[in-house]
Structure formats: structure tokens, C-alpha cells
Ligand binder design. Structure first.
Ligand code: ZN
Length: 283
């Protein structure tokens, strides 16, 4: 009798302990003891079972891969599908393996643009992590960098680095402010990524993703390569669950006193799906 009670109790405790790691796993993270594991992203409290020192480690940059239903691994390992670059943290040899049987691949990676990882563009490490957005982004904000444009991968990488230097050294921010940067080379550049709270649109940073196009778009719109990449990023974020299906698209100037994202680009996005003008919050 005693043994039975004990076993039942153990089962209950075990089920509870395992069950309470689920909130972390749902965020794409895994539970570790902060004293014995170095998290390549951000630790989050309240998502793991066990003692207070056991926290949820979410790698902000691997999240782009898990959003595609893939896993990050060294490309020397065998992948039962296709390797994708630009979705994983770490060295260039660390790539996102998306199984050919994965259902999210059909809706996901097919609509994702080529994303240049932070390692590839030579990002400086963030001073610290602000934290992750509470859920899928409710807003997508379009910005421009108000700088000269770039049309090759080499020149665009240099621009993204310059933006990061300006945000870190000029503004004293923890990292480049945007979630993604897009160049007229047709590449998307991983900045804070899908989940990390950015510094881009006052009042909306914790509920919105910012996509910044390199250049000044007051008198002309970005080229087709850049425009297609913005649209692909949005569908990629939708497929990965990082952008709410009921998201609202806005230009930066809709909610702040700025000419960003430039008059020509601002007028263009008025015709895009989900665009709503004005400063009121939706959803
Ligand atoms: Zn802006």
C-alpha cells in the first residue's frame, strides 16, 4: 500500500516536473541550470520546472531555424532534408537542417528570403539581451536607414555593420536596433532576429518587428530585389509563427515624428496587405 502510494506520488511529481518544462519548449528553448550551462541566447524565468536556478535558454538566432521546423547542427552531420544558411547562430558550418518531410517546410522555407547570419556579416556581440517578445509580433514596421544605398553583398554587409556601430556607440543601445535589415542586393540581414525585443519604434518595440531597408527612400522606392525580400520576410515570419496572422503593417512615421521610411516607400506600402495608417493600436 505504502509502495503504491509512493509510486503514484512519484509519477505525479515526475509528470508535473516534465509538464512544466513545456512552456519553455513551446518558446523553442530548453531548460538548463544557469550555473552549469552557457546559454547562447537569453535565459527566461518561470518557464522551467525545478529550482530557481533552472531557467529556459532560448537562442534568439537559432529560433529562425526552429521556426522553419529545422534544427541547427554542423553541416558535416547528415541531414535528412536540406541545409539552409543564415538561420543558425555560431560558425558558418552550423546550418539549419530542415527535414524534407517537415510540414512547416512547405509553408516555411519556400517563402523565406536568403538571410545572412550575424556571423556572416560580422556582427559585434550584443552588450546584453533585452528579452523576447511575449508572443508573435502584432506589428510589422517598415523603416529606412536614411543612408546611401548598397547593391552588393559586400557593400551591404559594411552598411549593416555601420548601422550597428551607430546604434551601439552613437545611441548607446545594446545592439543594432532593428530585427532585420534588407539591402538592394536582395539579402536579408539578421539583426535582433524574430524574437528579441528591438529598439526601433517607440512604444511598439515589444509588440512589433522592424524591417529596415538600407538607403534613403524619400524620392524613390527600393528596387524589386529589396521589395521582394521584405515581402518574403513577412511570409517567412508568418509561417514560422513569429508574426501574428492578424498583424498590422505600418511605416515608422505612422507612430513617430520622423520621415522614415521615406515618402516614396511609405506611399508604396499603403497598397500592401495588412497596412493601416494612424497611431492607434490594433489587436
Ligand atoms: Zn525608422
Amino acid at each position: 500500500m505504502k509502495l503504491r502510494v509512493c509510486i503514484i506520488l512519484l509519477v505525479v511529481i515526475f509528470a508535473r516536473a516534465e509538464g512544466s518544462d513545456v512552456p519553455c519548449q513551446n518558446q523553442g528553448g530548453s531548460c538548463h541550470d544557469v550555473n552549469s550551462y552557457s546559454c547562447p541566447g537569453t535565459y527566461h524565468s518561470g518557464l522551467c520546472s525545478g529550482t530557481n536556478s533552472r531557467k529556459c535558454c532560448i537562442s534568439s538566432h537559432d529560433a529562425a531555424c526552429s521556426g522553419q521546423g529545422g534544427t541547427c547542427q554542423e553541416d558535416s552531420h547528415s541531414c535528412s532534408g536540406t541545409y539552409h544558411s543564415g538561420l543558425c547562430s555560431g560558425a558558418n558550418s552550423r546550418k539549419c537542417c530542415v527535414s524534407s518531410g517537415s510540414s512547416s517546410q512547405q509553408t516555411g522555407s519556400g517563402s523565406c528570403p536568403h538571410i545572412i547570419s550575424r556571423v556572416e556579416w560580422g556582427a559585434r556581440a550584443p552588450k546584453h539581451h533585452i528579452g523576447n517578445m511575449a508572443g508573435p509580433a502584432q506589428y510589422v514596421f517598415i523603416h529606412h536607414g536614411s543612408s546611401p544605398p548598397c547593391s552588393t553583398e559586400t557593400s551591404c554587409k559594411a552598411k549593416v555593420k555601420a548601422y550597428q556601430d551607430y546604434h551601439l556607440d552613437g545611441h548607446g543601445w545594446t545592439d543594432i536596433g532593428y530585427n532585420f535589415v534588407v539591402g538592394e542586393d536582395g539579402n536579408a540581414y539578421m539583426a535582433r532576429g524574430w524574437t528579441e525585443i528591438g529598439a526601433h519604434t517607440q512604444g511598439y518595440n515589444s509588440v512589433g518587428i522592424a524591417i529596415c531597408v538600407i538607403g534613403d527612400f524619400n524620392s524613390r522606392v527600393p528596387n524589386d530585389a529589396a521589395l521582394n525580400t521584405i515581402k518574403q520576410l513577412i511570409s517567412c515570419g508568418l509561417a514560422g509563427g513569429y508574426i501574428s496572422s492578424s498583424y498590422t503593417l505600418k511605416g515608422h512615421r505612422d507612430v513617430g515624428s520622423t520621415d522614415c521610411p521615406g515618402t516614396a516607400l511609405y506611399n508604396l506600402i499603403h497598397s500592401w496587405p495588412h497596412y493601416k495608417s494612424g497611431t492607434q493600436r490594433y489587436g
